[in-house]
Design a protein around this ligand. Sequence first.
Ligand code: SAM
Length: 367
Amino acid sequence: MNEINLLLNKSSHTKDDLIKLLSCSPGTETELILQKALEVKANTVGRKVYLRGLIELSNVCSNNCYYCGIRAANKSVERYTLTDEEVMHCAIFAWRQGFGSLVIQTGEQRGPRFTAYIERLLRKIHEQTNHELSITLSCGEQSLEVYKRWRSAGAHRYLFRIETTNKELYYKIHPHNRRHSFENRLQALRYLREAGYQVGTGVMIGLPGQSLSDLADDLMFFRSIDIDMVGMGPYIEHEETPLFAYAHQLWPVEERFRMGLLMIALLRITMPYINIAASTALETLDIYGRQKGILAGANVVMPNLTPVQNRKQYQLYHNKPNLDKDATLSTVSLSVIIKEIGETICLFKPGDSLHFLNRTQRDPIQQ
Ligand code: SAM
């Protein structure tokens, strides 16, 4: 316990420190770390939560990640792409509810038609919501030119998970080819920075074969690339994927969940001013997952606005929650639970990453 306290009070942490902290036992030691993270959150970004309305725009995907339910080879998935009208309906709903911001996510798609489709949607959303929404894209690996075009059309932030920073593990969970190249993924993160986005990345926690040393490396990586926002969460198996064959090697659900919280907490402690999302995967493993994620240091939640009839076709993993709740219902329940845990929901605010604002003041060219 004393060692945990000593480590928590250090002003910066080495990889070894992080491994020791990640090795803490469940119960009091874990609680100490979570409490410290909440204290850091209160003193830096504040006890505030920003809402990002999530639109799962299309499940069409040309990649074959071994863990993902919407991978191209999964023929049992019915593919969909929302119409402009459906997207506008979600965007206007978010705007009227005061969400301040949207996340648009798709499977991996590339090419001039897709580029133009996203560009058109971005412009349309801004026109019809009085330019009052911030937009985060999560539309995968693209060229620098495409990232720049979407940035000019009004995308502010981009979320692109590295998935794991252990290259060997990366190639155990992805095919080893150009479409799934680890180097290209790193390059894409650099392109996003160059194109002027608030850049987000993240990893899956509790992958088969992943060690505490890997997770400590992930935390060190976020710091080394000076990331602005992170969305990370537990890996959850899906029967119709190749990685399911390794389900017997997984940490138990409670352990994956605890590691998910610890990763958020340690990230808040090591990068106090970034935005951190409480992922849907946390909520899948524990009904109070979102609240617990916020109390561990997260300050962003992403209520799902995807039309109810499409949600079951965007099943990245099994038991994804809120498949049948419409957006109004899930927003109401979210507001209640966030207030209950003593946090304030910030409506009508973009909720920019303070880390991003600080770094762009240091380096004004980035703005
Ligand atoms: N195509 C985009 C990309 O790759 O960045 C965004 C869509 S992708 C489906 C969004 C995220 O879902 C991935 O980055 C991955 O971390 C997560 N994901 C996919 N399958 C998962 C699983 N079985 N468990 C947990 N997270 C998963």
